[in-house]
Write a protein that binds this ligand. Structure first.
Ligand SMILES: CC(C)=CCC/C(C)=C/CC/C(C)=C/CC/C(C)=C/[C@@H]1[C@@H](COP(=O)(O)OP(=O)(O)O)[C@]1(C)CC/C=C(\C)CC/C=C(\C)CCC=C(C)C
Length: 397
């Protein structure tokens, strides 16, 4: 059942084609992907590990090997007690320059400081303060937002040439090499020297923006998945070193990173489903063409904004798949450092609510924008908090 799809000369994603009536299990792919699903135990508030056949069947239907994206290498580099080779400031031996907390200017780490940062990550103690984590996430957020603005912002038409993205990538390398160009870059320079963050997810996000400028439709889910990885899954990979993993977590670091990546995929699929009408006005259809065809639909129906039964059935499948990725993300969210869990659960539950809102609009995302009101958002916060205090427990996976 597995097929390969050549996305570009440098990237190949493997996986089964999306099938409307695919069976829920596949022995060939289950040998490739072994998943232990965690589920919250309602009585104890702890999290148990169960081997969920249905979920692993679905993963084989929609999931992919991440080998070609070199995710294992990224995770290994970010989890290593050695500083990333990209973060060249770590290698500087300059005892005169000591990093000050919150300093947004160029910071040169002393060898003493270097040793203590490495040790801190190796032993996971002392943990970064919440303020340090907030600043770091803010710096990553700002860089991601600026990157997106290059292709989506008000100046995108004159900016989004390949040259601009190439220049942005050089600037990224400068950030990692301790040569920030402006104060916002400096915040990221500071962050990548305080936390073991690899440059690859950042480069991959820029690659996603390049893809977006040259592609206006996606033939199948493999192509769309790759795009979602580039522009959103990467955010999960960038965030985990800052969010931290609970020291008591028995889960494997690779599974937690996968879950973080799946949160990005779920978010981006949800973004796409919310914005179908808006994207169509720009001549963009981020929906797999082969899946549209399976429901007797094509781009023309999207441009004409036809919300009929075929569209509703198609949307139900799309929503199911986005929820599938959120469910996988939840398994990992329990295992983040407790200081980071609440914001992550809040973001996750908020995004899921957008899917509910599309359903409440009777799947009309062509002429209406799904919206989650302030009251619903506020009511969700205590629920997110209760999820965030569940204790990770169970055998290591
Ligand atoms: C184990 C586990 C679950 C860990 C959690 C890991 C984690 C914190 C994951 C975060 C995932 C996340 C928030 C992904 C962002 C996805 C996203 C919205 C991508 C958008 C891309 C382009 O889409 P589009 O062009 O369609 O969007 P617009 O129409 O332009 O709006 C992005 C815009 C790329 C840029 C992404 C950002 C600006 C978001 C970056 C967010 C953070 C760094 C904060 C993450 C922290 C929390 C607490 C969620």
């Amino acid at each position: 059942m597995c097929s390969s799809v050549s996305i570009s000369s440098t990237c190949l994603v493997w996986g089964p084609q999306f099938r409307r009536s695919a069976s829920s299990s596949s022995s060939s792919s289950s040998s490739r992907t072994q998943w232990h699903i965690l589920s919250p135990s309602s009585s104890t508030g702890s999290v148990k590990f169960i081997n969920n056949e249905v979920s692993s069947g679905l993963l084989s239907k929609w999931g992919f090997s991440h080998e070609d994206l070199h995710l294992r290498d990224i995770v290994d580099r970010q989890s290593s007690s050695e500083p990333s080779s990209n973060n060249s400031l770590f290698t500087k031996d300059d005892d005169e320059n000591v990093a000050r907390e919150g300093d947004l200017s160029l910071i040169l780490l002393s060898s003493t400081k270097l040793t203590s940062v490495v040790a801190a990550f190796a032993l996971n103690t002392p943990r970064p303060s919440t303020l340090e984590r907030q600043r770091a996430i803010w710096a990553i957020y700002v860089w991601c937002r600026r990157t997106d603005e290059l292709v989506d912002g008000p100046n995108a038409d004159c900016l989004s040439s390949v040259g601009v993205l190439d220049r942005w990538e050089e600037r990224l390398e400068d950030i990692f090499n301790g040569r920030p160009y402006d104060v916002l870059d400096a915040a990221l320079t500071d962050t990548v020297h305080e936390f073991p963050i690899d440059i690859k997810p950042f480069k991959d996000m820029i690659e996603g923006m390049r893809l977006d400028t040259r592609k206006s439709q996606y033939e199948n889910f493999q192509e769309l998945y790759l795009y979602c990885y580039y522009v959103a899954g990467t955010v999960g990979l960038m965030s985990v070193p800052v969010m931290g993993i609970a020291p008591e977590s028995p889960a494997s670091v690779h599974h937690i990173y996968d879950a973080a990546l799946y949160l990005g995929i779920g978010n981006q699929l949800t973004n796409i489903l919310r914005d179908v009408g808006e994207d169509a006005s720009r001549g963009r259809v981020y929906l797999p063409q082969d899946e549209l065809a399976q429901f007797g639909l094509c781009n023309e129906d999207v441009y004409l904004r036809k919300v009929n039964d075929g569209w509703r059935e198609f949307m139900k499948e799309q929503i199911t798949r986005a929820r599938f990725y959120f469910n996988l993300a939840e398994e990992g969210a329990y295992h983040l450092d407790k200081a980071s869990r609440w914001p992550v659960w809040s973001a996750l539950m908020l995004y899921k609510k957008i899917l509910d809102a599309i359903e409440e609009n009777d799947y009309d995302n062509l002429t209406r924008r799904a919206y989650v009101g302030r009251t619903k958002k506020l009511l969700m916060l205590p629920l997110a908090y209760s999820r965030s205090i569940a204790v990770p427990a169970g055998p290591a996976v």
